[in-house]
Design a protein around this ligand. Sequence first.
Ligand code: PLP
Length: 400
Amino acid sequence: MAFEVAKVRSCYPALADGYAYLDGAAGTQVPPSVIDAISGAYEAGIGNSAGAFPASERSDAMTAACRAAVADLVGGEPDGVVLGPNMTTLTYRIAGALADTWREGDEVIVSRLDHDANVRPWVQAASRAGAVVRWAEPDPVTGELPAEQYSDLLSDRTRLAAVTAASNIIGTRPDVPAITALARAAGALSYIDGVHATPHGPVDIAALGADFYATSAYKWSGPHVGAVIAAPALLETLRPDKLVPSPDDVPERFEFGTPPFADQAGVAAAVDHLAGLDPAATGPRRQRVLASMAAAHEHEQQLFGVLLGGLEEIRHVTTYGKAANRTATAYFTVAGMAPPQVAAHLASRKINVWSGHNYAWELTGVLGIRDSGSAVRAGLVHYNDRSEVDRLLEAVAELG
Ligand SMILES: Cc1ncc(COP(=O)(O)O)c(C=O)c1O
């Protein structure tokens, strides 16, 4: 059935303020069910973990429900869901734990397609361990990240390949299953940054072949909570720094201090919300998530065709990236205008976009635009509609 975008939009009160929210790649709006789950958690009475009284039991139930929901979203096991404040913090944490197992001369592979949060934690951990960093290179013209290069980058010393499931500026979706298969054959682990990819379609970490998969709920209609998903047996092999009295079980071993229980309740509500994006979807939540995210993907891609086609027709616009498989994320410059000026003009037309490198530090370097302010990013998510795309195209066309 057709994706009912008007109905979906009505679930997001923030969208009623007259602005076109084309800034979803930096963070999404939330539906009332998420807001209610968070405020309801506080209203009901909240306690710290592992107490003998109901408020504490409710908090522990929120954590358990959050793990189960994230597992349903990406196809993992609840006991393999490590929760934390955001992807960057969690990646530093996992990098520290993994690097403790690295020896001088070991190798790690990072990519210049990635957000810096899936680059620098590995580069810095490698430096401390005396490990060598090898770089996978995107094609500056197409924005593709050819998977074949990993055959040359991998060796019997490679311990980890870190790569994104989608670029947060040009949307490229590399062939992650091919990369992880090569890594596994060489005896290396894979760490997949799913922060940008997760909101744009169905995710199955087994099909991706990901040993670790990172995501952030604020990119998919949830609150500011991050998660790294891995097989519990793999997490058991790692010994991160931790307090002596804190739980040594998996996944708690990787989690620091008292978590935001109410926000965790919001994460579970966000996954329930996503599972309902396709009202015709039936069955267990995992099945409904897959169907709904497939419907959302189709809607976004159809709209992206209009956005990209429209931008490419405007003579004073240059677009970046043309990967065959990409998220609905456009990255462009306007001749004679600095990206922040373009963003300010669009804001004056009530259109929210981002400008700059957006932490895709290496990639904006590869594209040769980092020193000139990079470009403007207009990203679509499931709640964007045709009128917003048309408004953006009109406002950009005015700049000629
Ligand atoms: C692809 C990608 N990776 C990582 C991050 C960092 O995520 P977090 O803000 O959860 O640390 C972002 C944030 O924009 C991102 O887009």
